[in-house]
Design a protein around this ligand. Structure first.
Ligand SMILES: [Mg+2]
Length: 278
């Protein structure tokens, strides 16, 4: 069933929810426009650590959805903030890409490839991952027994349009965990409530009055279930209606929608004169 009332704040996943590749999904622009027109807070969350929030600002503007940087959070932001709070001054080895390394450097962390100096190994989505990096992480964690392991996000792969994808952070975490026998101590991406906290920062709303909207059961919907938010699965990304039908009752999202603008209740569609052709 689609919602019959509006919520107090909306948190959206980006890929597969707002856009797919370089195209906004049907209804996304007018939904966001209508929520903003009503003064309802809208926040965007991504587990993808290969871009920083400024790059998302640029992408959303290019797609016709101009957005303030403060309304966007991703795992570059949560990883930086978590390390500042829990391991200030730590020397890091980042198995990750430039935007993450740049944010951590700008936050004052020292990055090192010397296993004798590394305090924290940060596993991330790294398309330049190789054996030398695995050896450095192994030496810092297993041989020198000094570094801990954390991961930016738990995604196994990142989906692309046309059914393709790329191996994501969980594959790199697994390689490091397998050779060292050490488990990652923290996950800084959805479904961790750390992401929700970041999304709702500065808003005086109760998560129970908010809705999390996304295309993945294990991250977007799980975070909502774990934090008492309403959840909305959109069928425009990774998950199919058959996947939802196979779920146990207590794992089902609050709403399952084939197009995202169904978050606007039907009576408002009628008032606004919206049709599915738009
Ligand atoms: Mg997604």
């Amino acid at each position: 069933m689609p919602p019959t009332e509006l919520h107090q704040a909306y948190v959206f996943d980006l890929d597969g929810t707002i856009y797919l590749g370089d195209h906004l999904l049907p209804g996304a622009a007018r939904l966001i426009g209508e929520l903003r027109r009503r003064g309802i807070p809208v926040r965007f969350l991504s587990n993808n650590p290969t871009k920083d929030p400024q790059q998302y600002v640029e992408k959303l503007a290019r797609l016709g959805l101009p957005t303030e940087i403060t309304d966007i959070a991703n795992t570059v932001v949560t990883t930086t903030r978590w390390l500042q709070e829990h391991h200030p001054g730590a020397t890091l080895f980042v198995v990750g890409e430039q935007p993450l390394k740049r944010a951590l450097t700008e936050a004052g962390f020292r990055l090192s490839e010397d296993p004798e100096q590394i305090d924290v190994v940060v596993a991330s989505y790294d398309r330049t991952f190789d054996y030398a990096k695995l050896q450095t992480a192994f030496d810092a964690i297993w041989f020198h027994r000094r570094a801990i392991l954390v991961q930016t996000n738990p995604d196994r792969f990142c989906p692309f349009p046309g059914g393709r994808g790329e191996p994501d952070c969980a594959a790199i975490t697994a390689a490091i965990e397998t050779c060292t026998g050490v488990k990652a101590e923290a996950n800084l991406g959805k479904p961790s409530p750390i992401m929700l906290e970041e999304a709702l920062r500065g808003l005086e709303v109760d998560p129970a009055d908010c809705v999390m909207v996304g295309d993945r059961l294990g991250t977007d919907i799980q975070m909502a279930l774990d934090t008492g938010m309403a959840s909305c699965l959109v069928l425009t990304g990774e998950t199919t209606a058959q996947d939802v039908a196979a779920l146990e009752e207590n794992h089902k999202p609050t709403y399952v929608l084939d197009r995202i603008d169904r978050l606007i209740p039907q009576r408002l569609w009628d008032e606004l004169g919206w049709t599915e052709q738009d």
